[in-house]
Design a protein around this ligand. Sequence first.
Ligand code: SF4
Ligand code: SF4
Length: 437
Amino acid sequence: MKLVSFRGIYPKKKKDTAGIELAQMRPIEFYNVSLKLPTVPESEPCVKVGDEVKQGTLIAKPAGKVGLNLFSPVSGKVLNIFEKMNSTGEQSKHILIMNDNKNEVQDLPDIGSISDVVLIERLKDAGIIDTISGMPSYLKYSYIGARSYKTLLVLLDSTDPNNTVNQTITECKMEEVVNGARYFMNITSATTITFVFTEANYKLATKLKKHIEENKKNYDFRVKFIPNKYPFDNPYILANLVCGKKINEKTSFLDAGITIESAESCYNFCRAVEFNKPLIAKIISVDGNNVSRKGNYIVQNGVSYDNILNFVGIENPNDNSALIDGNELSGIAQFNRDISISLLTDSIVFNKYPAYYDQKEYPCISCGKCAKVCPVFLNPKRIEAAYLDEEFDSVEKLKANSCIECGLCSYVCPAKRFLTQRISAAKEYLKIKKGGK
Ligand code: SF4
Ligand code: SF4
């Protein structure tokens, strides 16, 4: 296969959170579940203050046609429903639940048959979210015709420098991942599953092949490798690298017939189908040079950054440190640690880098580094300048909409320009200009 020569950077050889057994975070006393995820409209509560809930009780459901079911992460009592800041910096409704330590569990009803219609319904009922696109999974497969997807890619790895969620789940929960992939296959018209790894994980791929063969899984699969370069696991780049299909504003993934799932979505789907478990937790890589126990943790929804840091331990509490939701290249700095994680938080990084507090940017020195590194061949400096000059026609001509927000341009910029943020804002502007489409 001819590889398209995208640009990118190689992350450090061995990621600090790789190869560590998946661990469950210990229970806490209070859970504060945000009803708004970054990419999904706010759900509306279906419990009230004072209600007793079990782990898995439905506590919020879509307010309109598009949305997500949310479940109690713990058995306990609803103490409050109130507005609070979430991880994207917006105010959103939260449900505060006090853990009663009774560990009572409420599962979904038995699924019965596993026809495609029933499986799609299970995605909806269990509140499964697509960890790649950030949309509720059922939307991808119901509204627009699941059968249009002829190619199913399952990403079991990551090129992200801090995130090792997919490879850890694949390593520790292989049976659930391969079964979940099969359920996704059942709702598409794909006749084979393509499992995607980076070249850094040949051993894991071999283990997967052996597992599928030994357990006589009754489906065709193939394994493909991509270079371990950030951001080559971005869906747009992945579709091009693995399938040779160019996806842009004019051709969607649906048009190209390609659907991409992650190891985590497969794992969650399998648990919803085989064990009747709704989604109540997120698997998160916790990384950074001020973290005592780096690794991948199963974190219940409603847990705050502070709760996680208390659990994993801080190396030196007196150091000036910065917390990032996401990776070091494109994550969002969080200045308030009393914020709940979202079901889309893949990694958090807690670094002793006082430099993160230095928000000062300097004039562009025209070094060209941002354009050299951009994986999709944009000129970030020119887009930023056009945006700041409010020349939105130029912003459009410079193809700001093709930006995948990988953060590489800001990362390499010696003048510390806020390139990614401005290009992202420019994209929003273009979207509004086109009537929100
Ligand atoms: S954030 Fe956008 S403009 Fe910057 S390097 Fe990534 S794709 Fe290119
Ligand atoms: S990397 Fe920064 S300083 Fe260099 S050209 Fe781009 S915006 Fe200017």
